[in-house]
Design a binder for this molecule. Structure first.
Ligand code: UDP
Ligand code: MG
Length: 320
């Protein structure tokens, strides 16, 4: 029996990239088809362009292509979860639709998987075409996240990886709605191996990550992955109280020796503003976790599927 490999591609407004990606993949997977059965799954994440139509056109010609059409745009993390749920194969490869993940890495990924590694991730060497400020911000973020958490998240290891069925089975059980998948990979563990590759520039279209979206993902990453900010704000509270206490004793002694004076209004205002700021930040941090609890307790399904398109005969919802 040939081993079955699912290539899962979350796609949001990628109409121009679908065919080029398929071509690039085909070149790599057709020599491997002697030993493996590939299925390429596009997950349409509520695209507003012709992504669905383009994939359907591709499906007419290619029997190894399928598609999940989600009911709206849920974001890449959830789209990937839909790919994990669809999985019923021996290994899963997740990759981006924009050809920033070179298909050529797949051969090496499969080799390492055959050697017994269960989570083979591709690591970027260089981020071409990205402004240095983005690179710098991303590097800083991973540094902070690494210091805060117990199981480190690897910088520059993105969502281009091959996962053994064991790892996918583990990820299928993680149902948190606000998810930071890169953190999950390292949280679930399993035997990991890295492959380096040069990241390419996006072939067509724009990146979906605005600065705001990246900032959100960073907050998500930290709050869904560690509770360290709560500890830091508590520690800071202790520190400020301690300094205030020392200052109080100092003022008390000074007043006893030199008598009271009424000056010092500016310092009071400064201290008040400073403490007010600290309190607001702490409440904000608390609120962030509370909001997550609120959202998770609702226990909503991660996503809804508009329709699943598959050429495989065993699926009931087949469309040709
Ligand atoms: N993506 C998605 N849903 C979204 C945003 C992005 O499925 O809401 C997909 C997108 O189609 C692409 C991948 O996630 O295949 C990476 O997106 P992008 O290239 O915009 O991110 P970047 O490479 O800039 O980090
Ligand atoms: Mg990209």
């Amino acid at each position: 029996m040939k081993k079955k490999i699912l290539i899962s591609v979350p796609s949001y407004n990628e109409e121009e990239n679908i065919f080029p990606l398929y071509k690039a993949l085909e070149k790599i997977i057709s020599p491997l088809s002697k030993n493996y059965d590939f299925e390429i799954l596009f997950i349409n994440d509520g695209s507003s362009d012709q992504t669905v139509e383009t994939v359907l056109k591709l499906m007419e010609a290619q029997s190894n292509v399928s598609m999940i059409d989600l009911s709206r745009n849920y974001g890449k993390e959830i789209a990937m979860a839909a790919g994990f749920d669809y999985f019923n194969h021996d290994a899963l490869i997740t990759m981006d639709a924009d050809l920033q993940h070179p298909a050529s890495v797949i051969t090496d990924m499969i080799n390492l998987w055959e050697q017994g590694y269960e989570d083979v991730y591709a690591k970027r060497n260089e981020r071409k075409g990205e402004p240095w400020i983005k690179k710098k911000a991303s590097a800083t973020f991973y540094k902070i996240l690494g210091t805060l958490s117990d199981s480190p998240v690897l910088p520059d290891a993105g969502d281009y990886r091959l996962l053994d069925r064991k790892v996918v089975a583990a990820l299928q059980q993680v149902r948190e709605g606000q998810r930071y998948t890169k953190g999950l990979y390292s949280w679930v563990g399993f035997k990991k191996a890295a492959i380096e590759f040069d990241a390419e520039e996006r072939l067509h279209g724009e990146t979906k990550w605005s600065f705001r979206a990246l900032l959100n993902l960073a907050v998500e990453g930290i709050t869904s992955y560690t509770t360290a900010p709560l500890k830091i704000s508590m520690f800071f509270g202790f520190l400020v109280s301690f300094v205030a206490f020392i200052y109080m004793i100092y003022v008390l002694i000074k007043t006893l020796i030199y008598g009271a004076d009424t000056s010092g209004f500016p310092s009071i205002v400064i201290i008040m503003l400073f403490l007010g700021g600290c309190q607001l930040i702490s409440i904000g941090i608390l609120g962030e976790y509370l909001a997550r609890i609120f959202n998770e307790t609702k226990g909503r399904p991660l996503y809804f599927i508009e329709k699943t398109y598959s050429n495989k005969k065993q699926k009931n919802d087949t469309v040709d």
